[in-house]
Design a protein around this ligand. Sequence first.
Ligand SMILES: Cc1cc2nc3c(=O)[nH]c(=O)nc-3n(C[C@H](O)[C@H](O)[C@H](O)COP(=O)(O)OP(=O)(O)OC[C@H]3O[C@@H](n4cnc5c(N)ncnc54)[C@H](O)[C@@H]3O)c2cc1C
Length: 424
Amino acid sequence: MNHPQRTPTAADQHPSEPRYLEVTHEVTNQPRPLENYNLYQQDTALQEGVLREGAGHAHDQLTDYGAWAGLARSIELGHQANAQKPALRTHDRFGHRVDEVSFHPAYHELMAMALEHGLHSRPWTHPGQGAHVARAAKYYLHSQVEAAHCCPITMTFAAIPSIRQQPDLAALWESRILANAYDPRNLPDSEKTAVTIGMAMTEKQGGSDVRANSTRAYPVAQEGPGQAYELVGHKWFVSAPMCDAFLVLAQAPGGLSCFLMPRWRPDGSKNPWQIQQLKNKMGNVANASSEVELRGALAWMVGEEGRGVPTIIEMVAMTRFDCMIGSAAGMRQAVAQASHHCHHRSAFGARLSDQPLMQNVLADLALESEAALAYTLRIARALDNQHQEHDRLLTRLATPVGKYWICKRTPNHAYEAMECIGGS
Ligand SMILES: Cc1cc2nc3c(=O)[nH]c(=O)nc-3n(C[C@H](O)[C@H](O)[C@H](O)COP(=O)(O)OP(=O)(O)OC[C@H]3O[C@@H](n4cnc5c(N)ncnc54)[C@H](O)[C@@H]3O)c2cc1C
């Protein structure tokens, strides 16, 4: 029997070489991932800053935290938390309103890590020399793993100075706000020993200018600080809508006032605070932000009637401080990624990190990052020294300036760092 003739291939002509198509190329000149390193031990500027600003006692704790933040698994949690957007479910399948947002399990794991390590509580529960500095340094490490979930951590931390302006409400809430635990269940706060706090100021017609707020507050019985009101209106940008309670601005008969509004009423029924939809954000993906309507939501007045802005500004000021930490942390991680890449990548016969022009770029990036950190830690020390007039005034003046400048510079800094990485 005649066999059909086989067509010769390139492999037949070069039998000593691997089969063609078998191995297309060897991967070279690509850096290994930056993981399993200690973010604290590798950050000389941070170690020096912590010492300089009075938190040397936190060195060992920060070393441990830096090791956690650099683990491949921790870094992977950050990627996972952002891989899928939070999803809103307004009703259950039987038609009951639930207003529930679900997140990737990695988001919850990161939340638990932050809250169990007191990133929202430590300077309030253990004030004293270096308390804010140590917390800022730890948060700086934590935020480099994943920044979006830090929003509810910051708001919970920042709510304390505002809530303390209403001591009867603080007595009910403070110990649960400051508990070092995470309870994400969609249950009345009365069934929880640990709660998180959000803020709701912005409305469609005005975000910066909150005096334009149109949400109204109707007294249930008595009027005034600590009394119950029902809120009717809307809020246009409410982040972390699964927080257990929110500080809300609304127009009371005596003017714009601040209220504490839980997601559930004390009788265990759902407070009529209804999520309309989630924002479709480009960044900050792991964290949900929502548009809501208030249909007689029960809330208690915090601080004096008509003094809503001065009351909530205490919280806003602390969130501004945390924005400095988060943005400085973003810069630091950008420097780490760019330097790592350039150290392991060659072009035109030399390592990128040995090319003079690249050295200029990396030095500029490092300088700006370290300046942002130094500024932030100095403000942290000022927060630790509020008994001194100089530091009190410094906090008041330098926090908004630092927040403005560091947050403004961070995207440009990231853009330059990304350019170092080229198209990889
Ligand atoms: C990721 C994210 C999360 C948020 N989470 C929350 C939240 O949890 N709770 C909440 O209440 N809000 C939240 N916001 C809303 C945010 O607080 C507002 O977007 C912000 O206050 C700006 O308000 P606005 O969007 O109405 O802009 P506008 O106030 O309309 O401002 C538009 C522009 O005009 C500028 N501008 C304003 N006034 C002046 C002036 N006098 N002179 C010159 N320029 C001026 C502003 O700087 C801005 O560039 C969030 C926003 C983002 C992006």
